[in-house]
Design a protein around this ligand. Sequence first.
Ligand code: HEM
Length: 504
Amino acid sequence: MTTPSTTTPSTTPHSTTQSGAPVVSDAHAQSTGADGAIALTDHYLVEKLAQFNRERVPERIVHAKGGGAFGTFKTTEDVSAYTKAALFQQGVETETLTRFSSVAGEAGSPDTWRDPRGFSTKFYTTEGNYDLVGNNTPVFFIRDGIKFPDFIHSQKRLPGSNLRDADMQWDFWTLSPESAHQVTWVMSDRGLPASWREMQGYGSHTYQWINDAGERFWVKYHFRSNQGVNAMTGDEAERLAGSDSDYYIRDLYENIDAGNFPSWDLHVQIMPYADAKDYRFNPFDLTKVWPHADYPLVKVGTMTLNRNPENYFAQIEQAAFAPSNFVPGIAASPDKMLQARIFSYADAHRYRVGTNHAQLPVNAPKNQVHNYSQNGAARYTFNDASTPNYAPNSKGGAAAVEPATVGGGWENDGALTLSAHSLHAEDSDFGQAGTMYREVFDDGAKARFLDTITGAVGGVKDAGIKERAIGYWTSVDADLGAKLRANLGAGEETNSASEAAIKY
Ligand code: HEM
């Protein structure tokens, strides 16, 4: 065994075991003689190796690769006519944590693979934590949460070879035509942001806001980047995937470190409660955007990211964002995807971080927590012994507020059903994707888009799936479909392929 160096400055603390006793060597394990077997009495060696084996928690099932930073959100405008939420009252400043991520890749995957990007913000409000867990796209691939596990399986890896596979991606997408709008976003320039700082964030779902008088509104959130919206080319993304797989994390960290704090202005689109019933398409369908001409953006405030994490694992990997974390004045909507997510995330956190994940400093609210839950692995906080651990009680324990003071319901016909959302006059799977291609993309964006889908569909081996993919893009735009067919060197639709194809 070695002894601590005599040159060690006296201010250097001794290393200790987890229980605080001084450690005698970080260089040599105890052994029975210099060449003998190591001894189990070296409990520090055992502790060190055992702790090391437990350094990982399961990675997120989706959005495993990411990074983030702390910041502040300031409400600059008066939106009290629409919500009573304390954080959205004019002048209020709230601490935040934002995590950006990519969806399909694993924890070590390159930042610049084409994908939607996650954009999650936790607002540490005076009324509890409010989490807005969105993406850099305003829509999603599916409109019913029961499809989510199948969708993710198709985008991740084959069970046998563990390889990613274009056939299963396009098989799922073409058999789920509601995906067309989001696939158009992801295959466009928005699928390769120049950095996390230079992309928009969207709450995507329709949420509910409730004002002091109990009036209800439907809202969609938009974070608009003050750094501008910029993309990188496919070639650049591929080069960076090889040379700097942590490119986005580095960009965010270094900019904040240098005092170049990124910021986003938060806007909402507001739909009066009664409009939803007869709006021209279902306003709770996550595959649709609301045209700004119908519901213009209303500014709420500005979020600035100004503090890097001090410890990535404790503050970013263990961060737990949940769409179920609402505060008074903000609530759910009839969006079935949102409702599935309201179950899914807190459940994932109990598995991934532990049943008491909400007590970790990064997840704990800044206000007091009072409830009747107790115990569980790694419990840290507890009530005073005089506090009752059951409700109702006559001992002065915490009492729930009246439902009316929180609000947030809606009416429906009450029949139990397995159908999609109720139909509205202009519901369509391909309409908004086609509008985006024809009216939002300029000629350059159209050319890059065609190039990207040619490469992506070109990787499909199964002729039936490839033909369906051409049919899918033809349904988005006939001219686009014809160009794709020509690029792929595919002949006219054959009988056998059309038998396999779904009719749109
Ligand atoms: C992460 C489920 C749809 C954005 C996750 C996680 C789960 C999940 C289990 C991992 C949570 C964790 O371990 O901390 C689902 C289900 C969905 C769905 C079941 C559909 C029913 C969506 C949609 C969006 C979204 C529509 C965006 C609008 C995110 C983001 C993260 C995430 C940003 C990463 C959160 C973080 O930074 O920690 N999702 N998801 N998801 N999801 Fe979803």
